[in-house]
Ligand binder design. Structure first.
Ligand code: B12
Ligand code: SF4
Length: 521
């Protein structure tokens, strides 16, 4: 049977990274089937396109996975596929919580022939077998022979054949530049960010988060050996292609067991398996100097930190009191001292937020080492404790917000400001953190570092800005380049000087803007 695994686009940005579930289920598919992957972020498709594809390619089963924000698109695509007679099974966090919606049991239309609840590592082979016999069940739950919930241990993790998988759709280097960039240094003809997990689960139970409910609070890890082997495979592939690879450890909290993380990082170093990597780690776990040393030595470049708020009352409200705003600066400095930088994530619209929260947060951020701040709104995702609390209090303004997804729009009323005010705060956060002046300031704050670091932060910031400000077409990019022309020309000049062998003292970037700049780091 030919199986299509499809992940819908998020409708806002081009995702920088493919979704792991597709590769994992492909690797877990019993022999004798062919699995085709399409990520809508990299290969946009509409309803007619996918219906044509499944017919022409003789697809016998389609698996669709989606987060809440993509579910409306996922349902539309599923409807189009089912209309041409091909069965659809859906999985992932949204349908796990809203299975009745996907199966049309709550009064709405049916979108899926079957739903896989929770982690599908062990149910997927059963689903494929049932589909082949034409006997799909409505619901597949991860339970053992006694009907008890069973979670994959991850000790027997499948080897994802990264050396053979066709990754063309996930190359971040534009086609026109591929050839020339292939010749630079060790080669930049391809650049891919690959998702990898080393473990699952987070016991912290933050109120707005799906993870503790979905993966459970039992934390499970792969063996160090299987992670190291996967890294070595990816490294070898990048080398053979004259390209680059970076890994995103998608674990919810990569250092949740510090002892284990240290042992993994030591094994990565010992095996020479270092690649540049990014991981999500909560701020409280980054107090450990030895851990941060190992992060840097094993290739860690960026750490995603869910800071959420600089207000302890807000943090306590969402059960994230383990975050201590007073130590954010020290954590970021500890990382920056090892050339590791942070993606700092903030949520506005929390119950203790008032007008001015963006500026108060930006003021703090400006005192920290340069990084990549991101701003979002408190969102009641289905089945989270937050959803239940707001629903019980009658505060949900769009209880089924996912049915008509609107990016950066609240679905409930905050307590101390209006929805419109919360939206304005998010806009102010993005506009100020990614203004040409702030970009110049970030680049300049790294003036004592080699040029590569400054180019890196500049490019990363240009891309991150796109999470909020649509910059999909060439025109949008040209405008952005024009706005940041001073910083760019300064980086280019310095690059030329370095290339021609002249020792160049790092130049202040965009001198005048610095004087009016956004604060000092
Ligand atoms: C990596 C990641 C991202 C990446 C992007 C995704 C990517 N390219 O991989 C980044 C960092 C960009 C990201 C961003 C966001 N993310 Co995110 N992300 C994750 C994270 C940490 C890992 C995902 C993953 O690969 N997990 C490992 C795989 C193996 O698990 P899985 O995807 O759930 O798949 C298993 C099952 O669900 C099932 N399954 C999944 N799909 C399918 C399909 C079929 C057919 C079947 C049978 C089974 C099946 O089988 C798999 C194996 O067991 C998860 C948390 C988590 N631990 O899952 C959050 C998570 C998915 N993200 C979440 C959210 C909310 C977001 C954001 C909206 C946050 C924000 N406010 O901006 C953004 C928006 C993303 C976008 N642009 O659309 C939520 C989603 C909750 C929900 N109900 O939708 C999660 C669960 C975290 C949370 N805090 O609650 N994210
Ligand atoms: S620490 Fe992160 S992954 Fe864990 S519950 Fe909180 S938000 Fe979710």
């Amino acid at each position: 049977m030919r199986i299509l695994l499809y992940n819908p686009d998020n409708g806002v940005t081009r995702n920088f990274m493919p979704h792991l579930w597709m590769f994992l289920l492909q690797a877990l598919t019993p022999p004798g089937h062919e699995v085709v992957l399409i990520d809508g972020n990299a290969q946009p498709m509409d309803e007619a396109g996918i219906a044509r594809f499944v017919r022409e390619q003789n697809i016998g089963l389609v698996g669709i996975g989606a987060m809440t924000r993509m579910i409306a698109k996922a349902y539309r695509m599923a409807d189009a596929i089912r209309a041409v007679g091909v069965p659809v099974v859906m999985g992932g966090p949204h349908v796990t919580e809203e299975a009745d919606e996907a199966l049309g049991r709550n009064g709405g239309p049916r979108h899926a022939d079957a739903v896989a609840l929770g982690e599908a590592d062990e149910t997927w082979p059963r689903i494929v077998a049932d589909a082949e016999r034409g006997h799909l069940k409505d619901v597949y739950a991860p339970v053992d022979a006694f009907g008890q919930e069973s979670k994959p241990s991850l000790k027997e993790y499948p080897a994802i054949p990264w050396d053979k998988i066709n990754l063309t759709q996930f190359n971040l280097v534009p086609n026109v530049l591929k050839r020339s960039l292939q010749r630079i240094a060790e080669g930049w003809g391809t650049f891919r960010i690959i998702p990898m997990e080393s473990g699952r689960g987070c016991p912290y139970g933050c109120e707005f988060c799906t993870v503790t409910g979905f993966f459970g609070d039992s934390i499970r890890f792969r063996t160090n050996e299987s992670v190291v082997n996967e890294l070595l495979l990816l490294k070898a592939r990048a080398k053979s292609e004259g390209g680059q690879i970076a890994v995103f450890f998608i674990d919810d909290n990569f250092a949740i067991n510090i002892k284990r993380t240290k042992s993994l990082l030591r094994d990565i170093i010992a095996a020479g398996a270092q690649v540049h990597w990014v991981a999500q780690i909560s701020a409280n776990l980054l107090r450990d100097e030895e851990l941060v040393d190992l992060i840097a030595a094993s290739g860690g470049k960026w750490v995603f930190i869910g800071m959420e708020s600089i207000d302890p009352t807000n943090l306590a409200d969402v059960n994230k009191g383990f975050n201590k705003p007073g130590e954010y600066a020290a954590v970021l400095q500890r990382l920056a001292a090892r050339n590791v930088y942070a993606i700092t994530s903030f949520i506005f619209g929390m119950d203790n937020d008032t007008v001015g929260v963006a500026e108060r947060t930006l003021k703090e951020i400006r005192t920290w080492p340069a990084g990549l701040p991101i701003f979002g709104l408190l969102t009641p995702l289905p089945a989270t404790p937050l959803y239940k609390r707001l629903e019980a209090a009658g505060r949900l303004t769009r209880p089924k917000h996912w049915q008509e997804f609107i990016p950066f729009a609240m679905a409930h009323t905050p307590l101390k400001m209006t929805i419109a005010e919360a939206h304005a705060e998010v806009r102010e956060g993005w506009a100020n953190a990614y203004s040409p002046e702030a970009m110049a300031q970030a680049v300049d704050s790294l003036r004592d570092k080699p040029l590569g670091y400054r180019i890196n932060i500049f490019i990363a910031r240009m891309c991150f800005r796109g999470i909020y400000f649509p910059q999909m077409g060439p025109l949008a990019w040209l405008k952005l380049v024009y706005q940041n022309r001073r910083t760019i020309s300064s980086l280019v000049k310095e690059g030329f000087a370095t290339w021609r062998g002249r020792p160049s003292s790092p130049q202040p970037v965009a001198g005048e803007t610095l004087q009016t700049g956004v604060g000092a780091t």
